[in-house]
Design a binder for this molecule. Structure first.
Ligand code: GTP
Ligand code: SPV
Ligand code: MN
Length: 611
């Protein structure tokens, strides 16, 4: 078999008004040697053409059009199913700027190694050029980028997850700041001897690198096709690179959902929430509230960018255009809105295939079908040991398909935020909801956020995996400086700053079961938060923050007795003192740059318990 020859540099179209973009495309093609270069226009026709090509090549499965119109299943390599934090690097000039929570490599050294890997890495493949916007086109908070990729799966996913194509390209005027995002699956279709080799269902490489060059606004990703590693507008740009831009320019790039909740009197509250990965952002963003008269509308489920507006309030946008949500656990009983959202025009990755050509995963229905093809392409029955869908199987769908999408979700300059929530998965210690005593105390809540990895004995702190502000894997610079930036934003916002609350849907009883029903019932915690903002209810001041009076929490119609309610809001002294010791140790690990205000907050909380 002869191999297709690399494209000639002179044959590559120059479609950008910005000469830097054109030059980078040519330079990248010369390095990676693809068979052709395609600039993506973002049209539906283009999407359908690429999807059809993938179906013909056997790298995408078309689902039954009668059950799941215009939808597809992709099955990844078994070793390419999630983000790879161990292979993720922040390549700032100085190591201390990456901080103790990030892997660091010197930029020149990293670039040299990547250059070797990218040389010829696209041989035999199409190199796609995908211009994209993060945020509404032309908005004040919006930023632009161009992703070069050799993965058609990435092109389709970017078409769903971002505003991509010719229109986005037209905003990258000469001299405008834009982010370079280079991606290759690292599986050229030409072997070392120059012979063609066949493609596989999910090309990738055992050697993976997800690298960020914040000083150059550049991302280079190699070897993985999975979402957070390959859809470079998402975590790589919208969080790691953007958090650095935000620090330098006085705004915030956060791992947060964005919703509006309207109470029975018709007052609307805009709420953002930082919850670690797989801790319920998508579910809360699409909540169907169980309290009569309440309405929740969706603006975003994963990332919020926030900037002070002319009136001094904090305005938020969702920079994304779609949802990349966890499939397992999403079902008609827990998240009916998600189920309606993904009824059509959806790409599913690593879910199971039903005999009639539809999808299934654990938690979608109470009972599993009698026969399935599992996420690895093998026969599966309810007797099988392994789950049918990978636990991190995902759906990719446009936000506009969400039945609860807010009319404001594309507001060019965002919506003013009233409330910020922080939540982790906590079996113990952390009550259902409480309010911070100040912005600084709110920053302490964010900085100490975490989830328990293992079961914990009641009253003792379990092994706490810290995920400050849900940004542990995503802050593009030193974690302590990032905390400092939050404190500074509080000074800028002053009394216009949003109110901050801690929430926890995951507290467990002695028998290990959840004490709180969660999901649509979480509106009851949100109701209390909004009543605090309205000044309608008092709080009980405790060392950890301001807790609700139990009679102010509406548990009408829930199967929760007084003892359970008390357990949900219990603040065990012994458990908290252990946790505060753990926090002190944790601050020590983050190092000397931890802001003094946060040490002071720790001291005050501890004094509250011991005085
Ligand atoms: P990423 O997309 O990884 O950032 O995750 P996410 O934060 O959007 O999490 P998601 O909403 O997908 O939820 C992850 C898991 O948590 C799912 O299995 C949900 O069923 C479960 N979950 C979400 N909300 C609740 C809740 O209120 N209570 C309980 N018990 N589980 C919940
Ligand atoms: C997360 O892990 O927080 C996700 C999935 O939202 S990914 O986009 O892959 O990071
Ligand atoms: Mn996420």
């Amino acid at each position: 078999m002869t191999s297709p020859s690399p494209v000639n540099a002179t044959d590559i179209p120059q479609l950008s008004e910005n000469a830097e973009v054109n030059a980078w495309v040519v330079e990248t093609a010369e390095l990676t040697q693809p068979a052709e270069v395609v600039w993506c226009d973002g049209s539906e026709e283009e999407y359908n053409r690429i999807a059809n090509e993938m179906v013909e090549a056997g790298t995408l499965i078309r689902l039954n059009p009668e059950l799941r119109p215009n939808s597809f299943l992709a099955r990844s390599d078994a070793a390419d199913v999630a983000r790879v934090e161990s292979r993720t690097f922040i390549c700032s000039e100085k190591e201390e700027d990456a901080g103790p929570t990030n892997n660091w490599r010197a930029p020149a050294e990293m670039r040299a190694e990547l250059n070797g890997l990218f040389e010829g890495s696209m041989r035999g493949r199409t190199m796609y050029v995908v211009p994209f916007a993060m945020g509404p086109l032309g908005g004040k908070i919006t930023q632009y980028g161009v992703e070069i990729t050799d993965s058609p799966y990435v092109v389709l996913s970017m078409a769903i997850m971002t505003r991509s194509g010719s229109e986005a390209l037209s905003y990258i005027k000469p001299g405008r700041e834009w982010v370079k995002a280079l991606h290759s699956v690292g599986y050229p279709l030409v072997d070392a001897e120059g012979n063609a080799r066949p493609d596989v269902e999910w090309p990738c490489n055992d050697n993976k690198y997800i690298t960020h060059f914040p000083d150059d606004l550049e991302i280079i990703s190699y070897g993985s096709g999975y979402g957070g590693n390959a859809l470079l507008g998402k975590k790589c740009f919208a969080l790691r690179i953007a958090s650095v831009m935000a620090r330098d320019e006085g705004w915030m790039a956060e791992h947060m959902l964005l919703i509006q909740a309207t109470n029975p009197e018709g007052r609307k509250f805009t709420i953002t929430g930082a919850f670690p990965s797989a801790t319920g952002k998508t579910n809360l963003a699409m909540m169907r509230p169980k309290l009569p008269g309440w309405k929740v509308e969706t603006l975003g489920d994963d990332i919020a960018w926030m900037r002070p507006g002319d009136d001094g309030r904090l305005y938020a946008i969702n920079p994304e255009f779609g949802f990349f949500g966890v499939a397992p656990g999403s079902g008609y009983s827990t998240n009916p809105v998600a189920m309606e959202t993904i009824a059509s025009n959806t790409i599913f990755t690593n879910v199971a295939l039903t005999d009639d050509g539809d999808v299934w995963w654990e938690g979608m229905t109470d009972e599993a079908p009698a026969h399935l093809i599992d996420w690895q392409g093998n026969d599966w029955t309810p007797e099988s040991d392994a789950p049918a869908a990978h636990p991190n199987a995902r759906f990719t769908v446009r936000a506009e398909q969400c039945p609860t999408i807010s009319d404001d979700w594309q507001a060019a300059d965002g919506v003013p935020v009233d409330i910020i929530l922080f939540g982790g998965r906590r079996r113990t210690n952390v009550p259902l909801v409480y309010q911070s005593k100040s912005w600084e105390h709110g920053c302490f809540l964010g900085a100490t956020l975490g989830s328990e990895r293992t079961a914990a004995a009641e009253g003792k702190v379990g092994e706490l995996r810290r995920d400050p502000f849900a940004m542990q894997p995503f802050a593009g610079y030193h974690m302590a400086d990032y905390w400092g930036h939050w404190l500074e934003m509080g000074e800028v916002l002053g009394d216009k700053a949003p109110a901050i609350f801690q929430v926890n849907w995951f507290r467990r009883g002695a028998d290990g079961s959840f004490l709180w029903p969660g999901f649509g019932e979480n509106i009851r915690a949100i109701e209390w938060a909004t009543q605090r903002v309205e000044g309608k209810v008092d709080a009980v001041e405790q060392p950890i923050g301001n807790l609700p009076k139990l009679e102010d929490v509406d548990v009408d119609g829930l199967d929760i007795d007084q003892a359970t309610l008390e357990a949900i809001f219990d603040v065990p002294t012994e458990g908290w003192l252990a946790e505060l010791d753990d926090t002190e140790e944790y601050f020590g690990k983050i190092g000397d740059k931890v802001p003094a205000q946060l040490h002071e907050q720790l001291k005050q909380v501890r004094e509250g318990f011991t005085k």
